[in-house]
Design a protein around this ligand. Structure first.
Ligand SMILES: [Mg+2]
Length: 341
């Protein structure tokens, strides 16, 4: 009889400097690390959510404690296993992502394949990811721009309002790097947003993420019609089922494992986005090398990769995919390619 077991433990990821966004500042992110055991093999997973998504560490532990490991492993496909998880409770997307990642890691290891090969995906191409500069004190932001000067793409957290223009002007004075912007829902006025985006476009900014509060579709539509650079839905695009509402107003979507319950649904979102001519960013939360290694397996399928979560923490509990001056390095290994330290 085969042995199966689900283990999970709370963990807290920490950053050297407070990580600032339009949602506020934080120096740690509470996550849950997951191990799914079947005989001698272990599938690794991780659940991580920032506070503004309201799935707390204790929610994750509750959800994971409801899961029967033998039942989870009994389904012929991961798709069916995810239906079982949905039958336990709706929501809990990060908890489900942890299990989706662990299932992919385990099943690919059982075949001695990478997850990418296990899923039959295209051969990987070179992927460059952005590195995030969080919002805060201008001197600190410029110090980080200097620190990351070898990275090809900076993703700058903004969302204050018209003074965002000045932040990018100052960064532009110091850097020729490609720049992406994340407003994290911070802009309230359409008129100001158009002004900001036109100025940012003139400064060479390549894309803008989540300008307004969620579901402000009319404002997003007016903004996309006023500027050329793509507007990307992040907080507005969590699940596959959200995409229908975004087709008419956004140019692109940001897919994250933790929002969409993992690789299984992420691949469906990629297919649907391609069908509707939406461009695709693959993003992440503050995550360890477990979550990032899972995302790295599909990063070559999207237009823009922003999978730097494990580069911004100082207590990574795992080793796996990482960025070498912005170039994604994925270990040649079975599963997602991550091991615990
Ligand atoms: Mg974002």
């Amino acid at each position: 009889m085969s042995r199966s077991e689900l283990r999970f433990e709370p963990y807290s990821l920490t950053t050297d400097e407070p990580f600032g966004t339009a949602h506020g500042q934080r120096s740690h992110t509470d996550i849950v690390l997951v191990e799914l055991l079947s005989d001698e093999l272990i599938g690794l997973g991780e659940a991580s959510m920032p506070p503004y998504y309201e799935e707390t560490q204790s929610d994750m532990i509750w959800f994971l404690s409801q899961v029967d490991a033998a039942q989870l492993l009994s389904y012929p496909s991961i798709d069916e296993a995810m239906v079982y998880l949905d039958s336990i409770a709706i929501g809990y997307t990060a908890s489900k992502a942890a299990l989706d990642i662990a299932l992919h890691d385990l099943k690919a290891k059982q075949q001695n394949q990478s997850v990418r090969d296990f899923l039959g995906l295209n051969e990987p191409t070179r992927v460059e990811s952005s590195i995030t500069i969080s919002l805060g004190d201008m001197d600190r932001m410029l110090r980080e721009v200097e620190e990351y000067h070898e990275y090809p793409i900076l993703k700058i957290k903004l969302g204050i309002g018209l003074s965002d223009i000045d932040i990018i002007r100052q960064i532009r004075d110091h850097s020729e790097q490609r720049i992406w912007i994340d407003a994290n829902q911070g802009w309230n006025s359409l008129t100001d947003a158009i002004k900001i985006c036109q100025a940012l476009q003139a400064l060479g900014v390549e894309l803008i993420e989540q300008p307004f509060k969620i579901r402000a579709y009319d404002m997003v539509k007016a903004l996309t019609e006023s500027i050329e650079i793509p507007i990307v839905a992040d907080e507005d695009c969590q699940r596959l089922s959200d995409i229908d509402d975004l087709i008419d107003c956004y140019d692109a979507i940001n897919i994250k494992m933790m929002k969409c319950t993992g690789l299984n649904e992420a691949l469906k979102m990629i297919a649907k986005a391609l069908d509707h001519n939406l461009q695709i960013m693959l993003g992440c939360m503050t995550e360890s090398s477990i979550g990032i290694s899972a995302a790295a397996q599909i990063a070559h399928l999207v237009d823009w990769a922003d999978i730097d979560g494990n580069m911004l923490i100082n207590n990574d509990p795992a080793i796996g995919a990482s960025l070498n001056n912005g170039t994604l390095i994925v270990p040649e290994a079975a599963g997602i390619g991550a091991t615990k330290r």
